[in-house]
Design a protein around this ligand. Structure first.
Ligand SMILES: *[C@@H]1O[C@H](CO)[C@@H](O)[C@H](O)[C@H]1NC(C)=O
Ligand SMILES: *[C@@H]1O[C@H](CO)[C@@H](O)[C@H](O)[C@H]1NC(C)=O
Ligand SMILES: *[C@@H]1O[C@H](CO)[C@@H](O)[C@H](O)[C@H]1NC(C)=O
Ligand SMILES: *[C@@H]1O[C@H](CO)[C@@H](O)[C@H](O)[C@H]1NC(C)=O
Ligand SMILES: *[C@@H]1O[C@H](CO)[C@@H](O)[C@H](O)[C@H]1NC(C)=O
Ligand SMILES: *[C@@H]1O[C@H](CO)[C@@H](O)[C@H](O)[C@H]1NC(C)=O
Ligand SMILES: *[C@@H]1O[C@H](CO)[C@@H](O)[C@H](O)[C@H]1NC(C)=O
Length: 408
């Protein structure tokens, strides 16, 4: 499956600039964002796109993608590695995501400033507030004692990668990462669906928790696809990191526990992905699209207002195809993952990739703007958030999914 070109042309008969289409979707979508321009910001949405652009750079060798990232960070990270406009009291897990970009730039260029910037974020993890069981608060002060699946993706890959690069025998850090996964799993996992709810409130006493909390577990009421997508991407990316770490570690003492934990995380990943495959909407009508619904609880599948959402779908496709490539699925699960990942990918292209006729560029459609546990976390809340075009939280994962698909 090396050439999606024929597919792209047949799907996009109105395209007026064939030159631009003569490339895989990964670089086509990536170059579309270069052409459209991206707001300069250190937020996690930009970090998600930049990671995808970096992978396209690696895949194509085209330096335009890496110089774009450089130019986007100019003025935001100073020459000495200090981060502009970064108040020391800021404590939101969302702000850690950009640390992954600093690390990859450090690995590519060896420039000290990127290490300084990454170190700053790593050190902030040491003072991020935690709930009574040791779980990172999603944000101080807004979301005290709450863990969200989103935060797993925002903070933990940086935590793992930084530790692997600069303190590879710091078992305490790896054990702490596993503890974050464990707490989330204990509080938000549903045994029947094998899916994870959006988050939980770990405030004590239970009477002080937010009104959406399950009385026993503290969990929020619904499985929101993007939050679960963040979790699946974090899990597969961290498993890859741990493979690299443990391949080269004698794994004695506490590092032996890190190895056991990696096996446990892999089992969690396999189990949850199996649940994800079960709720794929098989078929190519607009309410199936071989995609995944905004809210994945099976009893909501036919409820009015629920719809196929593009960012969560792209994240699942990426996680399925990358998990397959890294051989994290075996036997029957590997076959199911391959079918779900490839049909899911074709669904993304058919339903959410649209040509911009005037420029020959692509637009990315169908991504819900936000989903939060700020309010009442109700069905009405989730399903009435606007759906927007060219959202980086959807387009970035689509580019990553494309690279996996193109490498099949
Ligand atoms: C590299 O990417 C840029 C930006 O998308 C594009 O304009 C240029 O044509 C590409 N170069 C090659 C050699 O493909
Ligand atoms: C197409 O993309 C170009 C370049 O970004 C932009 O100027 C133009 O407004 C877009 N047109 C449509 C119809 O989206
Ligand atoms: C090891 O990780 C722990 C937990 O994050 C941290 O408190 C400690 O400072 C780290 N030690 C080193 C030497 O990096
Ligand atoms: C393992 O560690 C050795 C010694 O530090 C190093 O030379 C080698 O490149 C490492 N291998 C991998 C796969 O990281
Ligand atoms: C749906 O899938 C069928 C079988 O793969 C195919 O023949 C048909 O063209 C598809 N329809 C759309 C709208 O993509
Ligand atoms: C697990 O999910 C099923 C299907 O959504 C639901 O009916 C059940 O109540 C959930 N169980 C728990 C303990 O939340
Ligand atoms: C739950 O709390 C939220 C936020 O404080 C509030 O907007 C909502 O009205 C409350 N819902 C109920 C049913 O009390």
């Amino acid at each position: 499956m090396k050439s999606p070109i024929a597919l792209s042309l047949s799907l996009l008969p109105f395209l007026t600039t064939p030159v631009l289409s003569a490339q895989p979707y990964s670089s086509w979508m990536a170059s579309s964002f270069l052409a459209k321009g991206v707001e300069k910001d250190l937020g996690y949405e930009q970090a998600v796109l930049y990671r995808a652009l970096d992978k396209v750079h690696t895949a194509t060798g085209n330096a335009s993608y890496s110089s774009f990232i450089d130019s986007q960070l100019e003025g935001l990270v100073n020459d000495d590695g200090s981060i502009a406009d970064w108040p020391p009291e800021k404590k939101s897990l969302d702000d850690f995501r950009m640390g992954n970009i600093y690390l990859l730039l450090w690995e590519k260029t060896g420039e000290e400033k990127w290490k300084v910037a990454a170190d700053t974020l790593r050190d902030r993890l040491n003072v991020q507030p935690r709930n009574e069981e040791g779980g990172f608060w999603h944000r101080d002060p807004d979301y005290p004692n709450q863990m969200w699946l989103d935060g797993i993706y925002m903070a933990l890959p940086l935590y793992v990668h930084h530790t692997r690069l600069f303190a590879p025998t710091n078992a305490t850090a790896f054990l702490d990462v596993h503890k974050q996964f464990t707490l989330i799993h204990e509080h938000v996992y549903n045994e029947t669906t094998r899916l994870l709810y959006h988050g939980y409130d770990g405030s004590e006493p239970a009477s002080s928790r937010r009104n959406w909390s399950d009385p026993e577990t503290g969990a929020s009421p619904y499985v929101w696809s993007r939050a679960l997508g963040w979790w699946t991407m974090a899990a597969v990316d961290i498993l890859e990191e741990l493979d690299a770490l443990l391949a080269n570690s004698s794994a004695t003492g506490d590092m032996q526990h890190v190895k056991t934990n990696a096996a446990d995380l892999k089992a969690q990943f396999q189990d949850v992905m199996s649940g994800v495959i079960d709720v794929q909407r098989v078929g190519n009508t607009s309410d199936t699209a071989n995609g995944w619904l905004l809210l994945l609880d099976p009893e909501l599948a036919e409820r009015e207002g629920n719809y196929i959402e593009s960012s969560g779908s792209a994240m699942f496709v990426y996680s399925l195809l990358k998990g397959l490539r890294l051989k994290y699925f075996t036997g029957d699960l590997a076959q199911r993952a391959k079918t779900a990942g490839t049909t899911g990918y074709q669904g993304l292209v058919q339903n959410f990739v649209k040509a911009n006729a005037t420029g020959g560029y692509l637009n990315w459609e169908g991504t819900v703007e936000v989903g939060s546990l700020k309010g009442d976390a109700s069905y009405e809340y989730y399903t009435t958030v606007p759906v927007v075009e060219n959202d980086l939280k959807g387009a970035g994962p689509f580019i990553l999914a494309s690279l996996e698909y193109e490498a099949l």
